[in-house]
Design a protein around this ligand. Structure first.
Ligand SMILES: [Zn+2]
Length: 391
């Protein structure tokens, strides 16, 4: 048995070339990789046996001649994806193209603790697999997004402020021991940024995804890659101090954090003080949609506060796109208007010349698609495919 390191590009690289459409045929693969025709054929056969590729329809075998053109088979395996929020969760089974085959939205309190929450996730994954006509045997991995700081390498949440009982719980190991496939754990905003970038803005190399929900956070795509920083704490803009008369105490223990002033939880509390029934961010959104002027005013002001912080971040990072998502983004243009007003007004002209500030196009699916994407990209990485297919 040989491998790609000794013999030039392996099956994994051939698969990624077919997947991104750089080549379709044996001849094109030979030309592109410099491999011999027999080596290409050997690796193509192995990919066909593993069903990661299929003969292209217009080049199906006929008259005893083997097919010459091939397509990536996005139905070869499925990915499991979970986007866990503070109060609700979205789970899905997707194909290798990130298309959702079955999904479930549910109210779920993360403060139930890790074993109870993950037990529910596991049961729901099994149900969704059955609904989509698959079994655990078809699964290539699971991606899980958590609403707090995550050490990506160990797959654990670290001192999450709104997740009692989760600190350093081995989420990755707990889940992979039960489903027997790789499990990848990340911060919810990071997976949203990945999902939006991958599905909607693959050509945008520098992008910020700002999640505005109960809390506020930011996922960063730099040079086309997710930027986590040294320990995974990059983009934590919710705890940047904003100049305000409001001496609001933040859940992190500090005073005057952006999140404590402009997050959905803060707006709901302020509307309660005004005598309105608002338990959480979704109630704030409901009031805005009903045209409540107090709620509209507060959401627009929240957009300005967030925009004030983003103006500095935009000058520092110079993204091409700022995408606003999360529950409060459902309030529509009022939040976006406040953000735009501050960013375009305060950042340098060169930084805003081509900058687009828009609402997330994936909406509440950004997290679950991003969680699937982490799994798919991990599974289809050339070195991983080479390990599965050693020819
Ligand atoms: Zn804070």
């Amino acid at each position: 048995m040989t491998n790609g390191i000794l013999n030039g590009p392996g099956a994994g690289l051939l698969l990624s070339i077919l997947r991104n459409g750089q080549a379709r045929t044996r001849a094109e693969l030979v030309q592109l990789t410099g491999l011999s025709r027999s080596t290409v054929s050997q690796r193509i056969d192995a990919l066909l046996i593993r069903r990661l590729i299929l003969p292209a329809e217009d080049a199906a075998p006929s008259g005893g001649r083997p097919a010459t053109a091939f397509l990536f088979n996005r139905r070869a395996n499925v990915a499991l994806a979970a986007d866990l929020g503070v109060t609700h969760a979205r789970l899905a089974v997707t194909d290798l193209g990130g298309e959702i085959l079955a999904d479930r939205n549910a109210d779920l309190s993360i403060d139930r603790g890790p074993e109870s929450t993950l037990g529910w996730v596991l049961d729901t994954f099994r149900e969704l697999l059955a609904v989509s006509g698959h079994t655990l045997h078809d699964v290539c991995g699971a991606g899980i997004g958590l609403p707090g700081p995550v050490d990506h390498e160990s797959g654990q949440a670290i001192n999450p402020p709104v997740m009692p009982g989760w600190d350093r719980f081995p989420v990755r190991d707990w889940m992979s021991a039960r489903i027997g496939v790789p499990v990848l754990v990340d911060n919810d905003v990071n997976i949203m940024a990945l999902g939006e970038h991958w599905a909607m803005r693959p050509g945008v190399d520098h992008l910020m995804f700002v999640k505005v929900g109960t809390g506020i956070g930011c996922g960063i795509i730099a040079g086309g890659q997710l930027h986590r920083g040294d320990r995974g704490a990059a983009g934590d803009i919710g705890h940047i101090r904003v100049p305000t008369m409001d001496q609001m105490q933040c859940r992190c223990g500090n005073i005057g954090c952006l999140e404590a002033v402009a997050g959905g939880g803060a707006l709901a509390a302020r509307l309660r003080d005004l005598g309105l029934e608002t338990a959480d961010t979704r109630d704030v959104v409901r009031l805005v949609k009903e045209g409540n002027t107090k709620a509209v005013h507060l959401v627009r002001q929240s957009g300005r506060e967030i925009g004030g912080v983003l103006a500095s971040v935009v000058s520092f990072f110079n993204p091409a796109a700022v995408v606003i998502g999360g529950d409060l983004a459902e309030a529509g243009d009022h939040l976006l208007a406040g953000v735009r007003e501050m960013v375009y007004g305060r950042s340098l002209p060169l930084a805003t010349q081509r900058l687009s500030i828009r609402a997330s196009e994936l909406g509440d699916r950004a997290g679950v698609i991003g969680a699937a994407v982490t799994v798919i990209e991990h599974f289809l990485a050339p070195e991983v495919v080479d390990q599965i297919i050693a020819v």
